[in-house]
Design a binder for this molecule. Structure first.
Ligand SMILES: CC(C)(COP(=O)(O)OP(=O)(O)OC[C@H]1O[C@@H](n2cnc3c(N)ncnc32)[C@H](O)[C@@H]1OP(=O)(O)O)[C@@H](O)C(=O)NCCC(=O)NCCSC(=O)C[C@H](O)C(=O)O
Ligand SMILES: [Mg+2]
Length: 368
């Protein structure tokens, strides 16, 4: 719960800071692509990636060596300044950063450096290891002061990573802590460690977390199917509910087995189906997977459009292909249609696929 009264919630937290936005802008963010700005090879690839990925995130936290923290921060400033098409409301690719943890020696200087230097282009600050609303309140006020000092006219948004048990316990208050809150990501590696889970991976499943078929004919040593379960289902579902409650966006996080593109796609799709709008990409090859999974298929868009057309004024019930459709299925279909429209507006290939769907909603056989 926010400690601010309702009337103060949308007032700037510092004199001269921009007013908080009443709604989080609905910008496509299927892949949040991580790069280490202190890594020359990665940094060199960033300018050419503008327009090919929804979000480029300069990572300053974990995966950046302690000795490179300063170089990463300065590298991010340099990349943003040298790439004027990256970030800001008119760019096809948002610019995000993940700052260091709030209890680290680097977090304060991350914000003190980035906001004056590139705050006009920085869309979202991702804050790791958020434990409760107090962490968001701290960043909220500091950003307001820095925005005022820098003369910024657009508020920088905040994204929290859910990667501690206490963070999960406080997920609703984190989402509602500030009008700056843009969304939440799952941080499965840190969360697993904090929970003392017995895993050693960065996201994804585990073959030992399973359900086994009952013994056939009472024979416990006979052949029985096993069904691997999703370690992250509970947390993602909690995240999705908390985000929907507060009008912000949920994301899956990292999938560390870069070579296993099949399981990566499965994990991303589970998150998409449960309500997430995007995911992290750690390697260039994960961008295409994320874009594919987090864009509705032609088949789903065609079906959704048929239901919308068949439902007329949106009330009552109709039969379509032997199935009952009503107000509630219409609302689900509208989610699909609206997402397709948003993505078509920024992705010409998707637009062509969606535009090719016949007016009666029958499928074209093409896959998004
Ligand atoms: C995972 C990697 C270390 C792999 O790097 P590498 O071994 O160099 O891969 P490749 O040889 O296949 O790379 C091919 C070329 O592509 C460039 N490259 C690689 N990754 C990126 C990238 N992310 N962005 C841009 N370019 C990239 C390589 O430089 C090669 O270039 P060239 O030689 O010129 O052809 C590496 O991908 C990597 O470090 N990725 C990012 C990792 C990261 O950000 N980790 C942090 C997020 S996950 C996390 O923090 C956990 C979470 O918080 C939790 O708690 O769960
Ligand atoms: Mg982490």
């Amino acid at each position: 719960m926010s400690h601010r009264s309702a009337k103060d919630f949308f007032r700037p937290l510092a004199v001269g800071a921009p007013a908080p936005a009443p709604e989080v802008p609905a910008r496509p963010s299927r892949a949040i692509h991580f790069f280490d700005p202190s890594n020359a090879k990665m940094a060199a690839k960033v300018p050419a990636m503008v327009g090919t990925v929804d979000v480029l995130l300069g990572n300053l936290e974990d995966a950046v060596k302690a000795d490179n923290k300063l170089a990463a921060r300065e590298g991010l400033v340099r990349i943003a300044q040298d790439t004027p098409t990256l970030g800001g409301p008119d760019s096809p690719t948002q610019l995000w950063t993940r700052i260091n943890a709030l209890d680290s020696p680097w977090a304060l200087d991350d914000l003190l450096t980035l906001v004056p230097a590139i705050g006009d282009r920085l869309d979202v600050v991702m804050v790791p290891k958020v434990q409760g609303a107090e962490d968001i309140h701290y960043v909220d006020r500091l950003l307001a002061q820095l925005e005022a000092k820098a003369g910024l006219t657009r508020p920088i948004l905040v994204h929290a990573i859910l990667e501690t048990a206490r963070g999960v316990a406080n997920v609703e208050e984190i989402c509602g802590a500030s009008p700056r809150m843009q969304g939440l990501s799952l941080g499965p590696a840190d969360l697993a460690a904090d929970r003392r889970m017995k895993t050693t991976r960065v996201g994804g499943g585990h073959p030992g977390y399973l359900v086994r078929q009952d013994p056939v004919g009472g024979n416990v040593t006979g052949e029985r199917s096993i069904f691997q379960q999703d370690l992250w289902h509970y947390t993602i579902a909690r995240m999705v509910d908390a985000c929907a409650t507060h009008g912000i966006y949920p994301y899956y996080g990292p999938f560390g087995d870069i070579a296993d593109v099949v399981a990566c796609e499965d994990q991303f799709r589970n998150a998409f189906l449960l309500g997430c709008v995007g995911t992290w990409s750690l390697h260039p090859q994960q961008i295409a997977i994320a874009n594919r999974v987090f864009s509705p298929s032609v088949e789903d868009v065609a079906h959704a459009r048929r239901v919308v057309a068949a439902m007329g004024d949106g009330t009552g019930a109709v039969m379509l292909d032997g199935k009952m459709e009503d107000d509630a299925s219409l609302k689900q279909c509208l989610v699909m249609v609206e997402l397709a429209e948003q993505l078509a507006a920024i992705d010409p290939d998707l637009k062509a696929l969606y535009d090719a769907i016949p007016a009666d909603g029958s499928e074209t056989g093409q896959e998004a």
